[in-house]
Write a protein that binds this ligand. Sequence first.
Ligand code: AMP
Length: 524
Amino acid sequence: MDIQKRFSACWQSFLACFRKSEPSTDESNRVEKPVTVIENPRAKLSSEPDTSSATGRPLPRPPLRAEPDIYIALYDYSARTEQDLSFNTGDTLEALDKSAGDWWLAKALTGISASKRGYIPANYVAPVESIDAEPWYFPDTKRLDAEKMLLAEGNQQGAFLIRNCESQSGELSLSVLDNGKVKHYKLKVLDNSHYYVSKTRTFPTLKELVQYYSRQADGLCVRLGEPCRKMEAPQTYGLSYNTVDQWEIDRKSIKLLKKLGAGQFGEVFQGLWNDTTAVAVKTLKPGSMDAEDFLREAQIMKRLRHPKLIQLYAVCTMEEPIYIITELMKNGSLQEYLQKDKGATLKTSDQIEMAAQVASGMAFLELQNYIHRDLAARNVLVGENNICKVADFGLARVFMKENDNVYEAKEGAKFPVKWTAPEAIHDNKFTIKSDVWSFGILLYEIMTFGQMPYPTMTNFQVIQRLPQGYRMTCPSNCPKVLYDIMMDCWKENEQDRPTFETLQWKLEDFFDLDVSSYDDAARY
Ligand code: AMP
């Protein structure tokens, strides 16, 4: 070997020594890490020097590498397409790519899909070891809902949940089922971030607090038992990963199962998408609207996402009839729901709560500068546990519904007169404030269990008498404060009408808690 070759061989082995100590960037060399329970599972790079060496001197930096991003499933999910993963509550999943936002590429680490990869709805999981992953944490649950949920079938003595306190933001409440009644406790936080129910015992984490009171009541009305059973899983955003952006879907993927209702512009069916997912399908009579006009509106509608708005999932517009595919609501329209019940099960508190939900959905539209144009009980849909969602927002711009209550103001323009603000009828001036007028009428419908507004008057009489200051009287059994809200919505000058934001908090305030209605833990 000549001198040059020997020098080259030495140089290569010298370099190889260095390479061995460098972290490999070759993916094929990646070793799958076992599942570890980590404090903060959000992806983090270990760039901080570790000072835990015996000498206290920093150890060499570990290779830059993302921690696995581990999540716990909060609900069961059944795969809807071949690309997504089925999982059950409590399964662990590693998020591999979260860039799509609402649907993540993930790998199941446990459960029925263990070691498989696929898409998962991001709102069905929470970071492992985070408070959101705790089965007893129901953050956005209102006191009234907490009571309803704990009193629902399946919960035993001691069932409990922890929720955000409505009356004091930033504070938490513990709601517990005891002998068929729900008791509430304030969870206070000390300056050192410790939690307590009774000052005599504080806990660094909520989990420790729960563990402690699961072992003994120690002043609570009852020892904590099982976490409250979760209600329905939330809606996913879009039907699947694929339909989020590409939402014109193949109509062959839709099966129409059962007719739910019909209007002048078409029929509504319960349907099945991809043989897996229950949906509502609105089929539009050919010629009832311009497909391009509708598509433009639907683009906007699709972006309007809120728990109190019916989600538009997908459309089929390539041929007639046009299909509008939305989430399915078990109990149909609020109008029918109220008329069927007539007060048999619905109490005033339920009626106000339903109105508050509609106001909440509308407050979101208000914030988005979007106008509904046809707000009425017939366009609010009801799910389980009196959950209400506003439907058909914006559709009125594309077509106007016609039924018995429609007045033809101008040729081609049809208004549901009894719901429409005077300035919208006379000057075609539709604004969020004309929606507020309609909300007042909807409130009347709610409080009269779906009675026709202005029951003794024709549309023409209504149009004549409103400008003279005529307004409906307070329905029987309707609290005065609620009637005052209706009257505010029917102010002649639209600027004097409240915003939906105000309407929402006014209605929600009916449930605002008297702090003294909380139970004290003994030894306070
Ligand atoms: P529409 O043509 O929108 O007035 O709907 C007619 C009827 O179909 C309504 O009164 C409801 O009972 C029912 N319906 C409409 N959309 C849905 C939905 N998303 N889920 C369940 N039922 C619905």
